[in-house]
Design a protein. Sequence first.
Lengths: 108, 401, 225
Amino acid sequence: MESRGIRLLVVLLLLVAGATAVLVREGRAQDQRQAHAEDFHRLTGGVGFGPALDLSGCAFGFDPRLDGTCAEDFGPVPGGACFCPRHAGSVFFYPPLPGEEGAHASPP
Amino acid sequence: MRRLLEIALTGLVAIQLHPLRSLVSFVAVLVVLVPFLVGVALAQGLEADAETSARLGADLYVKGSQFGRPGPLPLKAVDAVRDIRGVTAVVPRIVGAVVLGKEAVHAVLVGLPREHFPEWANGVEGELPFRGQRPGPHELVLGTTLARRLGLKVGDMIPPFYHNNRRGDRISRVVGIFAADAPSWQSNLILTTFETAAAIFDQEKLATDLLVWCRQGYEDTVSRTIARELSFPSPVGEGIVRLRVTAREDLLALLPRSLLHREGIFTLHFVLAFVVGILVLLVTSGVGLAERRREVGILKATGWQTDEVLLRHLAESFALSLSAACAALLLAWAWLRLFGGYGIASFFLAGAETSPDFAVPFRLTPIPALLAFVLAFVIVLTGTLYSAWRAAAVPPREAMR
Amino acid sequence: MFLETQSLCKFYRAGTRDEVRALDDISVGVERGEVLVVVGPSGSGKTTLLALLGALERPTRGHIFFEGRDLGECSDVALARVRRRMGFIFQDFSLIPDLSAGENITYPLIPRGVPRAERWRRAEELLSRFGLGGKLTARARELSGGEQQRVAVARALAGEPEVVLADEPTSNLDPVTGQGLLDLLRELNAGGTTLILSSHDPAVISLAGRVCELEGGKLRARPNQ
């Protein structure tokens, strides 16, 4: 019967509704998470920025405020750079803080 | 219009006419899209958390520098920085690494002055370290992963876990545990007082960094003054410690650059996945191709025009890709929300376990979802429309043969 | 002439050593309301001639005129419109196997803009007429050869065509159903529908106003029956 198409259309609409509900729900869930995030950063003075959960491998990957550069980052090498596996294995990569690439002279 | 809708409806029926082919296409799209959505959601969640961290933190972070590497600061720097015009508050902080238990669990220990703590916080189950002075064990707030791995709960006592030559009580007590949906950096964190942190690391009168808040508009001046004018004798008695300053804006400036990098990596990943997806679909579009070709021939022989046949296949591809994109979004959500990013969070968060016991940061937003649908549509369309057009472009009897 | 061919040729693998001359220089015409039966042994080109007359295939050479319009010069859209005025009954039924009998009949009516209720009314009526009243929702692949043949006939007639082209229409039908189909064709013809049939069946040939005999792809006129 052609109603098979209508049945599938209903399933499709349910899927779209489900996906929309998830997007709306997640938009709202961010508010609760934001409240806890505010508490956490107020308590700690702002800790954590990068894709690492401890300081064992790469303090820079945990928070560049603690160490503005990563000693394990090398580059360029042909085709790119050799990234520190503790923070650049992630898709969330960020470059060293400006002026933190190494020792620098005292400002005049 | 009604005629076109009815033709489009036959496209939905066509999905059921070739269940194996539809299933293979659906699964191929899911295989490409679910990791894509999960990856984008995790990266966006982490980025949002990083932005929150930068915005809610201090205006400036001051740390010591020797030999081009970060080092501790003497506590007298607190007064020197406080005296700079435009500074409203300075809080010394200790952030260091400790290793705990037989399993050698890596933890980040953060110590702040008692008076910095409020009396109560939403994001902590239990209490915070006591604001005033009271005798007794050290008071610690633990991250969720740490508490679980060490088998600790609120009220538990921790036997001495550090060595120093000072006298005093070395027993610690867990007064609180961070909420699981606090930012993921809490997972291996120990929050305590400055004094306790100093005792644990056995470093008197030193801080790893100073948190500096300024009057609005004074950040640059204060930052320059600290970097140019302040230096202190090294705590070891030889040489000097210079100061380095990281401003909130420096951190926030990293985010768009990370975004660009992420886009690059995703482009690379998904160009590859995309090519594989299309190849898979081109192969699978061979499944039942003769049957579909004959079907197109029959439709044309009974009066369908080429554009009507193509509309039917377009509707089929649209429905298949829309359902696959929605299913991928629901699966990605389930993976991240219900299963806590099982197996994938550790790819994005160094130090996370396969099954993290904290809420992994993620954001499912409409734009990646829309992008997922477009990707799915292109993949499915490539697999269906070309073969349909080829069948529809020849005389019906040839397609039916 | 309503439907006419001029020097019609259809060669397969043309220009190669394996060239097959399915039809060679066929000129034949049908007037509106006429019944033309094409006879001939297997492989003589009957099916190819019907396919060309039904605008299902393009000739290698020659012309087909439908109401004076050369089908060789028609666009895809125009050819589809011509096909909508015809009903084709294929020898191998050519049903879409996973669609129901009803869907097979109603699908050709969708692009014609026939409303849904009317499509299904026609499908039910035709299937009932052919003794398949209970098979409306049965999948085509689940039907017997004879049942599929009747669904194919119903599909061809559902569009109320001006000309019916039927390739061996009774070959898979039992004598009673075959007779029923012939009665229906006779009834249609009485209403002005043009019939072009190919068959070996004397009962079908008995319908003919004119019989053409094909042999080796060439046409041989026969005296009227």
